[in-house]
Design a protein around this ligand. Sequence first.
Ligand code: CA
Length: 438
Amino acid sequence: MTEQVSIAEWSRKSWVESANDPACGFPLQSLPYCVFAGEDDRARCGVGIGALLLDLQRCSRSGLFEGLPGEIQAACGSRTLNSLMACGAAAHASLRGRLMDLLDKRADAATRDAVRAALSPMKDAALLKPVDSANYTDFYASIHHATRVGRLFRPDQPLLPNYKFVPIGYHGRASSVVVSGTPVRRPRGQTRPAADGVPGFGPTRFLDYEIEVGVYISGGNTLGEPIAIGHADEHVFGISLLNDWSARDFQSWEYQPLGPFLAKSFATSVSPWVVPAAALAPFRVPPSPRPAGDPAPLPYLCYTGDQNSGAIDLSLDVFLLTSAMRAAKQAPHRLSRANLRDLYWTPAQLIAHHTSNGCNLLPGDLLATGTVSGTEDDSAGCLLERTRGGAEPILLPNGESRTALEDGDEVILRGSCRREGFPQISLGECRGTVLPAV
Ligand code: CA
């Protein structure tokens, strides 16, 4: 994510007219990657441009990527983005540069004809899970989330003493990461014992969402060799939306002493689009200043470049659509809005910390930020916070209320970067509907 912002690059327009609408979110400068079902139903790598989808395999086969590194041409023919993520930063830049040239308004008629044959409407496409991540790690990088949740369980000491030194995280479950649109089955599990001392077992009664941002790793590191924070950004391929579904009643019973387990591992939803790091360059900002008196990060988590522009100005919204709202054709109701820039730890710090003991990250590994919350109540990124542990139900416009998700509820995450003078960059949507327990 070290790209400089070039005004010339950011004022380029595309001959795909829908990409030039400032509100579209998929301009020439974004070109988010995805995987979709092709005409033959086989998974294909693609790129979003305006209201259209570009088939990378088709581009490669028709010679449009001639002269690019062989590894990147081969990667464009695979069924996930993993091979692309395994290529080096120079290869990524060469593909991005070629795609921008092919779709640029200045492209000649012959080029446009060749590219047009690989374009199809985005709205008709079946978007698939973009990456098979071998590993998924979930962090806890929002101090506002950590404080609000901590206050529920430890009013006297909401933040544990390690929080301001250690980017807290746990190893999540990669096998249950699903793409947006996949229904989420209400899980069964153990809950805290009642008076008889015997735990209950059954469907969760406190199903929750957590709005997070997923960071996909490119390259990776050799086992035993940490990634220095000054090089961490080079290992960020791109980002997406992520919903860390959580069963709070299971979590509060099982989490001590080793942390989350079955309360989290039943499903994690990701958006189908992976927005490349280069598309985020104009939206890089300094991290929110640490409160006065907070310790400076230890040297291995400190880097001038990261302190100057390690955060991302990315607005994140959560919407809820209940069965009743859907039946009445009502619009989803926004539950919260927060900004990624308010995290206590930057993506580079998460990567540097994760590998500081020599742990190896693999191409395609997924690192999630943790629930993104701000300081205000309406910026709280999960129901646990929004309802203060279930004590204060949220009233919906149609008269329904919620302290936890009910069967049929659909959670919709959206995210976008906006800045005066630049086209909007959308992360798309991450959706999931709750199915009844088996
Ligand atoms: Ca989480």
